[in-house]
Design a protein around this ligand. Sequence first.
Ligand code: HEC
Ligand code: HEC
Length: 199
Amino acid sequence: MIKKGILSVIAISCLAISAYAADKVITPESLSLRKTDIVDESKAAPVDAKFDAKAPGQAKTLERSYENAPPLIPHSVDGLVPITIKNNQCLGCHMPDVAKGVGATPIPESHFTDFRPKTELKDGKIVKDGKVVANTTDVTVAKFKKLKKLNPARFNCTQCHVPQANVKPLVKNNFKPEFSDEKLKHKSDLLKVINEGVK
Ligand code: HEC
Ligand code: HEC
């Protein structure tokens, strides 16, 4: 008797679950973050982002996204991008020798540093400190060499530093950064701490 009772309870629950599932149709739109048909994206236009920040010198720097994150560009980049081999206007205001004069944050020392001084490509193999390695991260402690010039790997500023537009994020970001020092909310010290926890 008891067994039968349990079985019928299970059977009824199964029916209820399948009826509920049949009722719930998953549409392509409901899977899409943009709420558009993901099968046919030809009609999906990007949002009309307004990059309406103030001109350089009139903007206010933004808090760093986390400690030693590349700072966001708080000012307008109208007429400054794209950066080309022959034209990088960012340097005109951010190189350390001019930055103070125009009230811009100077490009930090880390951008005048080669973090892979002893890595070379020999016969298609990566050679680090004279030894063949599987990849450049095999040696954990970062060795570096100060350069007199900006490291060319840092030339394309907008690869890491980005201007801000007034758009609503598709997914809310709940990340809350923690800073080891309040000052680092508006300043970086990467070169000082690069081997922290490794050495
Ligand atoms: C005309 C001078 C000028 C030019 C050109 C310029 N900047 Fe700036 N930049 C500034 C000033 C001044 C600030 C400080 C905020 C302000 O006053 O607008 C600043 C702030 C910044 C910051 C934030 C720094 C921080 O401490 O948070 C970044 C990142 C930045 N600029 C990147 C760039 C990049 C990348 C370019 C090239 C696309 C560029 N800037 C071109 C003057 C300039
Ligand atoms: C490969 C990524 C990358 C590129 C390319 C790059 N940066 Fe940065 N930048 C960073 C990161 C990460 C930081 C924060 C950590 C640090 O200081 O290195 C930073 C920090 C800065 C700061 C803040 C310095 C401070 O004292 O707080 C300025 C200003 C800056 N970069 C300007 C530039 C300019 C101008 C260019 C182009 C010439 C450039 N960066 C290219 C990643 C990059």
